[in-house]
Design a protein around this ligand. Sequence first.
Ligand SMILES: NC(=O)C1=CN([C@@H]2O[C@H](COP(=O)(O)OP(=O)(O)OC[C@H]3O[C@@H](n4cnc5c(N)ncnc54)[C@H](O)[C@@H]3O)[C@@H](O)[C@H]2O)C=CC1
Ligand SMILES: O=C(O)[C@@H]1CCC=N1
Length: 283
Amino acid sequence: MLHNRKIAFIGAGSMAEAMISGLVQSKKILPEQVIVTNRSNEERLITLENKYGISGIKREKLQFDQIDIFILAMKPKDVENALKGLKGQIKQNQLILSVLAGIPTSYIEQNLHKGQQVVRVMPNTSSTIGESATAISPGHETAAENVKVTQELLQCIGEVYLIEEKDMDIFTGLAGSGPAYFYYLMEHMEQQGVIAGLDVETTRQIIAQTIVGAAKMIQQQDETPTVLREKVTSPNGTTAAGLKALDEHGGGIAISKAVEHATKRSKEISAKIQDSLLVSSFK
Ligand SMILES: NC(=O)C1=CN([C@@H]2O[C@H](COP(=O)(O)OP(=O)(O)OC[C@H]3O[C@@H](n4cnc5c(N)ncnc54)[C@H](O)[C@@H]3O)[C@@H](O)[C@H]2O)C=CC1
Ligand SMILES: O=C(O)[C@@H]1CCC=N1
């Protein structure tokens, strides 16, 4: 299904690079199938070309009619301008994947064409190594065949979950932003290893293997996190002491709040963009 399809990233930042890296590494997508463009930073396009063997093309030179799948990968604040620039170039039957947090498919449909083939997508930066947890949610008029193509494409960069669009905000709070919470946790664990006299590189690898092991236990054993946590925790032992400190310092609440606030921010971005649409429809 993906054979010979041309994929163009509009936006060449961290998320575009993570996806390009995963797609090319999967070998299911050839570098010749991938094009990337951005607003103005030509140096960045050259860097991506050299690193992944793909084509970096200035927007004016992009042959829009040759592209099968566009991937919108600019910041949400830039989407209005970006869509204005794309409207005259993109046809209704061309497939648009949007990775933008908080931007509804209806906004994209309304700013491109009625019946535009669009799928909202939420990957994470683990796409880089083919380990993303990616959600997809098609627009109202998106054909089933395009949903299948999207699934097949994104399976090249990890696991894909088809969800309702109303659940995109919580998915973003859990999985889109999620890697950052784990990196934050790792930063703090690492500091303690180093304070205790371990070298930073060894500490980092020990922590990474501990997280990988815990994640694989959840994936491979039919046990809940609660049961697995209890199995680590000997009465009056080291883990009990660690967990008590976590509780006393609001560790559990802090984690819940991180997910809650990221989710809320995704909702705020949606509300803001819907308001701007409402204003422009009254102009
Ligand atoms: N960074 C992450 O972990 C994730 C990001 N996302 C979404 O991905 C999108 C991009 O995020 P990042 O890559 O982190 O941002 P970034 O700031 O690194 O990259 C944004 C890119 O968009 C380009 N751009 C801006 N306006 C443009 C226009 N009119 N036409 C073409 N290109 C334009 C910029 O030149 C830049 O290359 C955001 O909407 C974000 O919500 C989604 C999931 C995870
Ligand atoms: O921080 C952000 O807004 C983006 C969306 C999910 C991860 N990064």
